[in-house]
Design a protein around this ligand. Structure first.
Ligand code: MN
Length: 237
């Protein structure tokens, strides 16, 4: 049992998980530190006891983005040719963390790949490649040239928890993804969409689990109250 005034800890998975080096972008650690969470960066492991202990210590879990696509076998599909690299070790690790967070009733925020990991873990599916599977969509969602600023709007559903966190009906978000949520997992709701219908946020009706397709950690600068607020409050449920 931790003392009540101890530092809040948020488990953070490395966003770059190569065979020899794992690393985490400072945009994630800075955003957490800015809102009063000490990032507890946990390297990929299959050790169930280590995962259990990390979750027991923590006050929340942040599943970040990254280059790896979720293995489509996890939602019953074969890979399309346009799929990116798949990292089965990372998939297994993040799913084990999620299972333990839910078991211990602790909150989870998923960002970019994180929303996709969450949706698949709870039984949903993904668009494996938006440009080829939804070619008629008119918003370009893969905009790494504009990582730090809004490139498209999202509509936030009025009854959603996300709406309560952000306090706005629309927001301009960054967008660096070629995949997206397709079929929403059972007991999850869409919390935000872009104008072309692509799902930009989901949330659980059973657990404190929220996923966003954009990157609030790159938008949550000192003067951005909306996304700083999202970070501050996402883990306090
Ligand atoms: Mn987008």
């Amino acid at each position: 049992m931790k003392p009540a005034d101890s530092q809040r800890l948020c488990i953070l998975v490395p966003d770059s998980c190569g065979p020899d080096v794992t690393s985490i972008g400072r945009n994630y650690t800075n955003a957490l530190l800015r809102v009063g969470y000490l990032p507890l960066v946990v390297p990929l492991t299959a050790d169930a006891e280590a995962i259990r202990q990390a979750v027991t210590l923590s006050d929340g879990l942040l599943l970040p983005g990254g280059e790896d696509d979720v293995d489509p076998a996890l939602y019953g599909e074969s890979p399309v040719p346009e799929i990116g690299p798949v990292n089965e070790v990372r998939d297994r690790f993040e799913r084990a963390l999620l299972a333990e967070m839910v078991r211990q009733h602790k909150p989870v925020l998923g960002i970019c790949r994180g929303i996709q990991v969450i949706n698949v873990f709870f039984g949903g599916t993904l668009w494996q490649d938006l440009p080829t599977q939804l070619p008629h969509y008119d918003i370009e969602h893969q905009r790494p040239d504009q990582k730090w600023s809004g490139v498209h709007d999202i509509q936030i559903l009025p009854q959603s928890h996300l709406h309560a966190l952000l306090g706005v009906d629309t927001a301009s978000v960054n967008s660096t993804h070629h995949q997206a949520v397709r079929d929403v997992a059972p007991d999850f709701q869409v919390a935000a969409r872009s104008a072309d219908g692509v799902i930009e946020a989901i949330e659980s009706s059973l657990h404190a689990v929220l996923g966003v397709q954009f990157h609030p950690e790159r938008l949550a600068t000192g003067d951005d109250k909306i996304f700083t607020s999202l970070f501050r409050q996402a883990f306090r449920r």
